[in-house]
Design a protein around this ligand. Structure first.
Ligand SMILES: Nc1ncnc2c1ncn2[C@@H]1O[C@H](COP(=O)(O)OP(=O)(O)OP(=O)(O)O)[C@@H](O)[C@H]1O
Ligand SMILES: [Mg+2]
Length: 365
């Protein structure tokens, strides 16, 4: 048992009542709804998450504070009616300003004698944890893919070299030139396969990194896609000019952004909007490593979104959702970013797909 402290009076209860003091300082969001589902109380963590002050929205129906999700509203109503608590994990909520957040939610109906039932909602935002575990997954996926590819490429390239050499020897010994058509096919196909394997492996030289301005890289990519884009596509830019120079290989970075921008163009087909955006992120964790500054390049399009059935695997080689696609563009881009200590992640739904290229800004040596 804990004995009371002798000098307990030295530790006075804080000015507000202790309960209120605790609730107001929790990082967990706490909301209290009345029997009609209207907001009675919200702690400061709730004000921060929902980006509104309690004074402004006290008495508002909860469906106006977190609109756009009929299922969640129904569950709240049911809980009020039945008195049963419920919890939901990884629920996405749309805030009035249009921002989407992901939260774990616990809902407890509170019943006091002679009082109408009220509802206590506790929420913890988990976007950050989700992002970090998704990124760790991406990095593991990347490492596994490369190991597999290296092994496979080795096994394919050796016999391929033999096949090609033998076809060349055979060609010299052929009695008639007409038969050369067949050795040409063998050599041509061997070269095609060799090319494919080389593309799958990505560049085989080490990156030649120098200090560069990412906006210079982007303006080059912009020029290239401007030529390729059909007239119905509007290209936009939204740059943060304060981003410091990063240490990177210019050609590789151009290649990575181009692969992603080309995908967006292909998804948009003949019309839509493509945006190139840059931002700087402070104290940002990539995988396990925390960086002071991370440069972010985003390629945003308002096309149909990534097909649901390939969404979890698009960074694997040979995964494609379009006819004629080899499914290598994203796998190569991801491996290029990996060579810069960065990574690519995405969010996609019909009407909005955002690919983010994240590159740590190394402190100047
Ligand atoms: N912005 C986007 N909008 C919709 N779908 C996309 C987008 N970006 C990628 N995808 C989907 O992801 C798939 C994989 O892209 P990836 O670049 O790896 O291969 P690909 O474009 O099919 O072939 P390629 O090797 O020529 O690039 C695409 O086929 C497409 O279905
Ligand atoms: Mg592609």
């Amino acid at each position: 048992m804990v004995k009371p402290l002798k000098n307990a009076t030295k530790y006075p209860i804080p000015p507000l009542s202790l309960h209120r003091y605790l609730v107001e300082n929790l990082t967990t969001v706490v909301l209290l709804l009345d029997a009609q589902g209207c907001l009675m109380y919200m702690n400061p963590a709730g004000e921060m998450l929902l980006e509104v002050s309690l004074r402004r929205v006290r008495g508002f129906p909860i469906r106006e504070l977190v609109p756009g999700d009929a299922r969640f509203q129904e569950n709240l109503q049911q809980s009020l009616a039945s008195g049963h608590p419920f919890t939901e994990r990884e629920r996405e909520l749309k805030l009035p300003h249009g921002r989407h957040i992901t939260v774990d939610i616990g809902v407890s109906p509170l019943s006091e004698t002679n009082q109408p039932r009220s509802l206590l909602i506790e929420m913890v935002q988990i976007d950050r944890q989700l992002r970090i575990s998704r990124e760790e997954h991406l990095l593991q996926q990347q490492a596994a893919t490369r190991a597999l590819l290296r092994g496979l490429a080795h096994e394919i390239k050796n016999p391929l070299g033999g096949l090609r050499g033998a076809a060349q020897l055979l060609e010299r010994e052929l009695p008639s030139a007409e038969l050369m058509e067949f050795t040409r096919i063998i050599i041509g196909e061997a070269d095609r396969l060799q090319n494919l394997v080389d593309r799958m492996l990505g560049p085989n030289s080490l990156p030649r990194k120098g200090l560069l301005n990412i906006h210079e890289v982007l303006s080059h990519v912009y020029q290239l896609i401007q030529v390729e884009a059909p007239p119905g596509i509007c290209l936009h830019t939204d740059y943060d000019p304060s981003i410091p120079d990063i240490r990177a290989d210019r050609d590789l970075l151009v290649q990575a952004v181009l692969n992603i921008a080309r995908n967006a163009l292909q998804a948009l087909e003949s019309q839509g909007r493509l945006l190139l955006r840059t931002r700087i992120l402070r104290q940002y964790t990539l995988g396990q490593v925390r960086h002071r500054l991370v440069a972010m390049i985003q390629v945003v399009d308002d096309g149909p979104g990534i097909p649901e059935n390939i969404r979890d695997n698009i960074f694997y080689p040979m995964v494609s959702g379009r006819t004629g696609g080899t499914g290598l563009g994203l796998s190569i881009a991801q491996s290029l970013l990996h060579q810069h200590g960065g990574l690519i992640e995405f969010r996609s739904r019909p009407g909005k797909t955002v690919f983010s290229l994240l590159i740590p800004v190394e402190p100047n040596p």
